[in-house]
Design a protein around this ligand. Structure first.
Ligand code: MBD
Ligand code: FE
Length: 283
């Protein structure tokens, strides 16, 4: 038997995994009043009507829109589409009154219940994991300065090829994912590798939109984090690397100046390290 099908990181593989992952999420279902549904949907539709009139959209273009929307669903790329082009404004509105550390979008590739790790830990990775070794360390405190003992620092990021475990095929489960429990001073020390920039899959419907519009398909290299502690508000955030490609023009519009790290060569001589502290608002 020679016809072994190689596992290929196709858009529909990642997209459908992101759609399944979203469906598994236990979210509180917001009960939205008829008034609010009417206001929101009417306003969105009016904006579309205005665009159609202003640009004299043709039936041919209307049909392209219909088939593209159908394709997004078939590719499982609704989570990707929404998180790349809409989530940043939802996050902005949700957290506009926060005093502690800035957050940003979650994106489609979070998986809850990653392996628990001690305050100093190495993320699960392959023996041959590529990429520059990276030490990410810091402290979690409350807005009043109190250290938050036992804070939970959940971290997930792409590998040196820009792929996320549990979404792209062929990676070990939980690769480059972990839930680190900070020590009694809220300190954590996470050994990992630097992720590569992320390219929106070019063979799916989001990739087709990007090509058709003449946009680029890139997110800058980033770490994803959720930081939480009892009686405090959870922060969902991402951290970027100063000078990295597409830090200035993230396709997902999720970079903020406060979220850009400036790592230095590690004191033990292997790779880079950086210290970044998280300040959590009270619940
Ligand atoms: C990502 O890795 C990501 O973080 C977001 C927001 C969208 C697509 C891919
Ligand atoms: Fe990401």
């Amino acid at each position: 038997m020679t016809d072994i099908t190689p596992e290929v990181a196709t858009a529909s593989a990642s997209g459908n995994a992101a759609t399944d992952s979203f469906a598994r999420k236990q979210r509180e279902v917001a009960s939205t009043s008829a008034e609010r549904v009417d206001a929101l949907v009417s306003e969105l539709l009016s904006a579309a009507h205005d665009t159609i009139r202003r640009h004299k959209v043709t039936y041919a273009e209307y049909d392209v829109l219909k088939s593209w929307l159908i394709q997004v669903g078939q590719d499982g790329e609704w989570p990707l589409f929404l998180d790349v082009w809409l989530e940043h404004v939802v996050e902005e509105v949700a957290n506009e009154n926060r005093e502690g550390s800035k957050g940003t979008i979650e994106g489609p590739y979070y998986v809850p219940d990653a392996p628990r790790l001690p305050a100093e830990a190495t993320l699960p990775m392959r023996e041959s994991e590529g990429g520059t070794p990276f030490l990410f360390q810091g402290q979690v405190t409350s807005v009043d300065g109190a250290p938050l003992a036992g804070a939970l620092v959940e971290i997930w990021h792409a590998d040196n090829d820009g792929f996320y475990s549990q979404f792209a095929p062929g990676l070990p489960e939980w690769n480059l994912r972990g839930a680190v429990v900070a020590d009694d001073q809220g300190n954590f020390k996470i050994h990992t590798i630097e992720p590569a920039p992320y390219q929106i899959p070019t063979d799916g419907s989001c990739g087709k939109l990007i090509a058709a519009a003449g946009w680029h398909a890139w997110r800058p290299a980033h770490l994803h984090l959720k930081v939480s502690a009892s009686d405090h508000q959870l922060i969902t955030t991402q951290l970027y690397f100063q000078g990295g490609s597409h830090v200035e023009d993230d396709i997902a519009s999720a970079v903020k100046p406060e979220l850009i790290l400036a790592p230095k060569p590690a004191t033990d001589g292997s790779g880079n390290e950086v210290t970044y502290d998280f300040v959590l608002d009270k619940a």
